[in-house]
Design a protein around this ligand. Structure first.
Ligand SMILES: [Zn+2]
Length: 219
């Protein structure tokens, strides 16, 4: 097997195998664990490893083709142009301009820019809908959850996934209304959906959008 890195440590009591985003394999083992056993384990797990690697590769290809035309921002795709001489590192006009010509950090730069924009937009939308519905909340936090778009805690804290900033504003409004409605109803009962509808009557359409297209909201 190619591309296997083994790290050993005293604190460890078992062996774990991880497939990294680039498809390489990382084995973490107890410090005195014999190499022979590691090799045997890798052999036993070969099918599982291959499957995981294929999954990782597929996801990488999908992400690549996802950004062929550019990057999503509030439901619109903007081509990315690198190496622009400008004041801010990232500026959004007719295109998404990046003040660096290095491809290597595009993802990092964009992620932090998306988070900044998400905070501004989502906080504004939360205040808007909280005013309409007369809801009182405690704090707003951004999260990076893989599958969750929003959540609401019993301490009245609202959490939103920053990746929502890539979706149309109506999708953000739906998620905001959804979480604010949870301040009144901590379930998905009829009364809950009625509370969502009162804030955002078109919610069904954008709930469906999120279910269908949620996995395209990636950097
Ligand atoms: Zn819910």
């Amino acid at each position: 097997m190619k591309d296997v890195t083994i790290t050993r440590s005293f604190g460890r009591s078992s062996v774990t195998i991880r497939i990294m985003p680039d498809g390489s394999v990382r084995v973490a083992a107890p410090s005195l664990y014999p190499r022979f056993f590691i090799d045997r384990l890798l052999k036993e797990k070969a099918d599982w490893i291959r499957e995981k690697q294929q999954g990782v590769r597929l996801r990488m290809q999908k992400t690549k083709s996802l950004h062929e035309d550019g990057y999503l921002y509030l439901g619109k795709t903007y081509p990315l142009e690198l190496g622009k001489n400008q004041k801010e590192l990232i500026e959004l006009r007719d295109k998404l301009y990046l003040g660096s010509s290095s491809k290597r950090y595009v993802k990092t730069y964009l992620t932090s820019w998306y988070k900044q924009q998400a905070r501004k937009v989502i906080v504004e939308r939360v205040h808007h809908y909280a005013r309409i519905s007369g809801s009182r909340f405690n704090a707003i936090k951004l999260t990076s959850a893989e599958t969750r778009w929003g959540s609401c805690s019993s301490q009245r804290n609202l959490n939103f996934n920053w990746k929502l900033i890539m979706a149309p504003i109506e999708v953000i409004d739906y998620v905001v209304a959804h979480e604010l409605a949870h301040l009144k109803e901590m379930n998905h009962s009829r009364d809950f959906w009625e509370a969502v509808r009162k804030m955002f009557p078109l919610y069904r359409e954008y709930r469906t959008w999120l279910k269908r297209h949620g996995d395209t909201l990636r950097v």
